[in-house]
Structure formats: C-alpha cells, structure tokens
Design a protein around this ligand. Structure first.
Ligand code: ADP
Length: 260
C-alpha cells in the first residue's frame, strides 16, 4: 500500500520551514495502530520544499549557477522535514527508514525515467517502512527539476503492484471546485476514470483557478495507476482517524477513484 501525506497537512503552509508537529505525531500514531504490512510512505514538501523550489526556479531546470545553492537548500530542507516525520514514526514504534529519492530516481523532462528499485524492495521485504518525499532530483534533459510526491506515489504503485494508493490532503477529497473558495463545492465520493476525463475537459474549458488546476494535476498523476487497476482514495489527513480508517480499509469520508 502507498500512503502519500500532503505537505499541506504535515507543515504550516503559510509559515516557511514550519512543521505541523501535532499532525505528524497523530498521523504517526494512526499509521502505527493500523499495522499495515508492506507500506510505503511518501510525504510532500509544504512550507519546507515549495517556497525554496519556487525562489530558485528549480522545476524549470538548471539555467544559471546561482540556482545551485538553491538546489542544496531545497534538498536539505526536505531532509529536515523527512527527519521530523521519521523521528515521529520511530517514537510510535514504526520501523521507518527515510530514503532520499534524488539518490535513486532520475527524471527526463520532469518524468521519472530511471529508478533503482532494489534498496526499496529489500527494505519492504524485510518489513521496514520506507519514508520517501517529493524532492529536488537530477534530470537527464533539465539538469535538475522537482519531482512531486504525487508522481512518485503513482509510479511506485505501478512498478511494485500496490493494492491501492491513499492520498491524505487537508480537505475531505476531490470536490466539484475548490472547497476553500467555493462554498457550493460538492464532495465527489466515487468517480471512474471516464467520468474524470469528462470533468477534465470541463475544468480546462472553464479555465478555472490555478489552485484547482493544481488539484487536477494531482488527479492526472494518479490516473495511469488507476488505469492499471490500482484504486486511489483521497481523504482528509487533517481529520483524526481518516488515515487510520483508510489504511484499515474501513468506511471513511473521501473520494474513491476506480478504473470503471
Ligand atoms: P498537498 O497537501 O499535497 O500539498 P495541495 O495543497 O497541493 O496538496 O492541494 C490540496 C488543496 O487543493 C486543498 O487544500 C484544496 O484547497 C485545493 N483544491 C483546489 N481545487 C480542489 C478540488 N476541486 N477539490 C479538492 N481540493 C481542491
């Protein structure tokens, strides 16, 4: 099973380099109590990764020398956040091990093109819980770029044949529009790939806000994995017990995305 925890849940998004330690501790407890075998945990960057990556335009690739220290700073900030998450998991007796994606994943024009799977596979096999994250990575075409935790989650799910992907964000799931700015937004409880494709056209034609397109980006990353028969579940990780229930396969408020 692949669990991706959004940066908006484990950090305070408006405050640079500030973790939400209470949320991290609670989520670690939920993960510990769920006792899932063969779990890969991936977390986002939130206020540790995004502001630095943006400041140094890392996603666009290597253009000038002044970006290099920005690459270092971003990698280091993600290491710091990863350590906070892994420390909390270990406190809850989870055999967690942080793994640095930039050391075993290389992208081509922003898409994962090469991945050294053996360390991750071995870790899983002996019952450890790898903890990965969205990272500043090396790219064959761009020099470097930003690899999102969402792309990593979907890619690993397909490569390793995951039973499902759980995405924890800070709202209840996928809505008809951004629930934070549109009070009439409705939660979509269940959606198929075909329904999503139709929605995608509507969203693109309506030229709605960047934020919603951000959410669309998340969904687009998940779609190839769902196409391969791996269901995805989006739940509110900021709400106590949602992640626990999702991991246990219990009834939980959220959005289920299935093939058909
Ligand atoms: P992450 O936690 O992975 O960093 P983001 O903050 O990038 O996640 O994306 C989640 C946010 O997307 C939510 O907080 C929500 O405000 C916003 N959002 C925009 N459009 C939608 C939508 N249609 N459904 C759900 N959330 C949406």
């Amino acid at each position: 099973m692949i669990l991706k925890l959004g940066g908006s849940v484990i950090t305070q998004k408006e405050k640079p380099l500030t973790a939400n330690l209470k949320a991290i501790e609670r989520l670690s407890r939920e993960i510990s109590e769920a006792k899932v075998s063969h779990l890969i945990l991936i977390h986002g960057g939130g206020s540790f990764g995004h502001p630095l990556a943006k400041q140094y335009a890392l996603k666009e690739g290597y253009k000038e020398k002044s970006q290099l220290v920005g690459f270092s700073k971003t990698r280091q900030a993600m290491e710091t956040l990863n350590k906070l998450v892994v420390d909390a998991l270990i406190r809850q007796n989870v055999a967690a091990v942080g793994l640095q994606p930039s050391a075993f994943v290389v992208t081509s024009s922003g898409r994962i093109s090469s991945i050294e799977q053996q360390p991750l596979g071995k870790l899983l096999e002996i019952g450890l819980v790898p903890v990965l994250y969205g990272d500043a990575v090396f790219d064959f075409d761009l020099g470097f770029t930003i690899l999102s935790g969402d792309q990593l989650a979907a890619h690993l799910a397909m490569q390793l044949g995951a039973s499902r992907i759980i995405l924890g964000i800070d709202v209840d799931g996928l809505y008809t529009s951004d629930p934070k700015s549109d009070p009439s937004a409705k939660l979509i409880r269940h959606v198929t790939l075909q329904e999503l494709r139709n929605m995608q056209h509507e969203i693109e034609e309506a030229k709605v806000t960047d934020v919603t397109r951000g959410m669309l980006g998340k969904i687009l990353e998940l779609m190839p994995a769902v196409e391969k028969g791996i269901p995805a579940l989006i739940v509110n990780a900021a709400k106590p017990n949602s992640i626990y229930r999702a991991l246990k396969g219990e009834e939980v408020t959220g959005t289920t995305i299935v093939k058909g």
